[in-house]
Design a protein around this ligand. Structure first.
Ligand code: UDP
Ligand code: MG
Length: 338
């Protein structure tokens, strides 16, 4: 617990809300092949929300599941009209599914939850406390990760450290999507329509008074994670390339240093030849130099490619997702405060 250093709330002036104030709540949960957990999810979330006593809706986003998830959502919607079902036209990935959910949420505050129950819905109560204190964002910080390998923990940590160093936007460590946001935070967030959605970064980009809430991340209730290391690596590249151009600068720097070294070496070789009249030798050093330079160039081109690929995807300006069918809940639209 003591090893965790999260970015602590910035010193904004807060305007606290009434002690017992209750906003209408939208819980947004993307789901991809979650038939095993959906029912439990629904029950636990409903219990928490009913206990809170505020008007609420549960926005379930079906991200192109291949199992029974959608049918289950519709069955739930049929017996409980506090459920919104957003059925995407195919699998778009979690980040976009989440965005679709946020777009369709109508509550005064929106809570983002994973449908595999790794984020305990019971914490919504504490998040609401943060909201009453006047915060716009109350984000969950994992103080312990159960059911995850040391390798995943170590790589995750390294990633946060690197991106923390090179990006201007401070992305809090060990923070997932689990959070409560006010309507205005959601509204601003939904203006960021980039195709490459590194949600942790986007969440951090909008800023606003934010407060961490430490919690223990539970292992999945059932089913399996959809992440593998290749995907995680991709996410890391995504995160870095969509939030900083430092790799481009590093490539420039590396290229210039190598060029400088090569120049110095050339001076040395030339003077040696002039003074000693060296006969042709040095095949090994030649090979090493050529291969090394080739490697550096390829890396630099690869880095360029990452950015160009992103530009390519962004300039197409496609919609982020398409909705196949949408069943709204009975919750009324949030009063559009600031
Ligand atoms: N998810 C999704 N679309 C996908 C992959 C995942 O909507 O393509 C959802 C999934 O149903 C779950 C959440 O995103 O509610 C987190 O996924 P997962 O548990 O696989 O990731 P982890 O918790 O391991 O980060
Ligand atoms: Mg999970």
């Amino acid at each position: 617990m003591s090893t965790i250093k999260a970015t602590v709330a910035s010193k904004h002036s807060l305007s606290p809300r009434e002690p017992g104030a209750l906003p209408s709540i939208s819980v947004v949960a993307p789901a991809y092949n979650e038939e095993e957990v959906l029912e439990t999810f629904y029950e636990r979330v409903t219990n928490v929300l009913t206990a809170i006593g505020a008007p609420y809706e549960i926005v379930l986003v079906n991200d192109g599941s291949r199992d029974n998830t959608l049918a289950m959502m519709h069955a739930m919607r049929a017996r409980d009209d506090r459920i919104t079902v957003v059925d995407l036209s195919r699998n778009f990935g979690k980040e976009i599914a989440l965005t679709a959910g946020l777009d369709h949420a109508r509550g005064d505050v929106v809570v983002v939850l994973d449908s595999d129950l790794q984020d305990p819905p019971e914490l919504i109560v504490e998040m609401l406390e943060g909201w009453r204190e006047g915060y716009d964002v109350v984000y969950g910080v994992r103080s312990q990760r159960d059911g995850e390998t040391w390798f995943k923990k170590a790589t995750a940590k390294a990633f946060y450290r690197i991106i923390g160093k090179i990006s201007r936007v401070q992305i809090p460590q060990d923070t997932g999507d689990f959070r409560l946001m006010t309507r205005r935070a959601v509204r601003e967030l939904s203006k960021l329509r980039e195709e490459h959605r590194f949600m942790k970064g986007l969440f951090a980009w909008i800023g606003f008074p934010s407060k961490p809430l430490f919690y223990r991340r539970d292992p999945r209730v059932a089913g399996t994670t959809k992440w593998n290391y290749l995907k995680l690596l991709n996410l890391a590249i995504e995160g870095i390339t969509s939030f900083t151009i430092t790799p481009l600068k590093v490539a420039t720097l590396l290229g210039s240093s190598v060029a400088l070294l090569a120049f110095l070496y050339a001076c040395y070789v030339i003077s040696k030849t002039i003074i000693h009249g060296d006969p042709v030798r040095g095949y090994p050093s030649l090979m090493v130099t050529v291969l090394f330079l080739g490697g550096v160039q390829l890396i630099a081109i690869g880095v360029l490619g990452e950015y160009i690929g992103r530009i390519f995807n962004e300039v197409k300006r496609r919609p982020l997702y398409l909705v196949n069918r949408m069943l709204p809940s009975s919750l009324e639209d949030a009063a559009d405060e600031t």
